[in-house]
Design a binder for this molecule. Structure first.
Ligand code: PLP
Length: 364
């Protein structure tokens, strides 16, 4: 028999999408805008597709209050490509950039920068990514060309709540797992990027928000054409054939965010969801959140363990039978993880807590 109610996907990415978006995409799949074709079959130079890209950019600008001196780019590539593009585009041979290493994603970005150019580590808790290095220990060198950090470390459930104080040095942030989950002051940043697969759309698209000033940083950098931000700016993200379906889904997502009351309204809900789960974990004697400092806890990725780790596989199998999916932690971190992006309703968190209570009673 066909299932009528979908379960809850707690996966860190690809993540759950709002059902309304999936249904709309399903309804429009064979005939988008009366064109007798799906959006995937439409040429990217057609007026209809150009209009979609313009609407997408406009919606992004509106929802995140992006100032006019910033470009919004839609790049058909995974977020990791940015790890190389950033040093390649901005660092001259004699220059260096500072990386705040708070978890595996910032560590990967730092390693990539070191491979290509000069970079240094501002601070790191390598080997113990359950807490953040104390700001008193951060060593920001004033002659850095940019400072890079990851406000939300998806794998460890760690969050850098306040952007580092960098003075006049441009700040770059990997917001893959936190963009659109709470309001953002874009003007603090030289560049922000985010892979789509958490809060924006399906995987394979990366959104880049870059200031005009940042774009001019190293005008003569020799960078492969596709990896040069200037190429993408000049071509309005349509230099090569874009991931059109992802852009279409991203636009539906922004319309959905607006219909929910915008990022501010979603942020309140996200806080409620996260607080509920963290409070349950803190009061439980069977489960534990390894990030003990409240300010360092991720809003979107709640990582935890069962105090009897041998029960993890049974927990995951039982959860699946209740329609609670993808709760396994990242392979490098182990344990369990519940990702609570915008599309996860409060009812999903309630269902998870109820299941955890029942599981604890029966098995722990
Ligand atoms: C914070 C962060 N940065 C980068 C990435 C890499 O994304 P992609 O697989 O699109 O390269 C991820 C993926 O989960 C992530 O969470």
């Amino acid at each position: 028999m066909l299932k009528t109610k979908r379960g809850y996907n707690f996966g860190a990415g690809p993540a759950m999408l709002p059902e309304a978006i999936l249904k709309k995409a399903q309804a429009e799949l064979l005939n988008w805008q009366g064109m007798d074709m799906s959006v995937m079959e439409i040429g990217h130079r057609t007026p209809e597709f150009t209009a979609l890209m313009q609407e997408l950019e406009q919606n992004f600008r509106e929802v995140l209050h992006i100032p006019q001196n910033y470009h919004v780019l839609f790049m058909s590539m995974p977020a990791r490509t940015q790890f190389a593009m950033i040093p390649m585009n901005f660092l001259k041979p004699e220059e260096k950039a500072g990386y705040l290493v708070t978890g595996l994603w910032s560590s990967f970005a730092y390693q990539e920068a070191l491979k290509l150019k000069k970079a240094y580590c501002i601070a790191s808790n390598e080997g113990n990514y359950t807490k953040l290095p104390h700001p008193n220990l951060w060593q920001i060198q004033p002659d850095s060309t940019y400072i890079y950090y990851t406000p939300n470390e998806t794998i460890h459930g760690l969050r850098v709540q306040t952007p580092p104080k960098v003075g006049n040095i441009p700040l770059i942030a990997d917001m893959t797992s936190c963009i659109l989950s709470e309001p953002l002051d874009v003007s603090l940043y030289g560049l922000i990027f985010a892979g789509a697969q958490k809060n924006i759309a399906n995987a394979g698209l990366t959104v880049v928000i870059i200031s005009d000033e940042m774009l001019q940083k190293n005008p003569h950098a020799i960078v492969p054409t596709m990896m040069d931000y200037k190429t993408q700016v000049q071509a309005h993200s349509l230099y090569a054939t874009p991931a059109g379906f992802n852009c279409y889904i991203a636009n539906l997502m922004l319309l959905w965010i607006k219909s929910q009351g915008g990022v501010q309204a979603l942020a309140s809900l996200n806080q409620e969801k996260a607080l509920k789960l963290y409070t349950y974990l803190d009061n439980s004697s069977e489960y534990e959140c390894l990030v003990s400092e409240e300010n360092a806890r991720s809003l979107t990725n709640v990582c935890f363990v069962i105090k009897k780790p041998a029960m993890e596989e049974i927990f995951l199998a039982k959860a699946k039978t209740q329609g609670l999916y993808a709760l396994k932690g990242h392979r490098e971190a182990g344990g369990l993880r519940a990702s609570l992006y915008n599309a996860m309703p409060l009812s999903g968190v309630n269902a998870l807590i109820q299941f955890m209570q029942a599981f604890a009673k029966e098995y722990l």
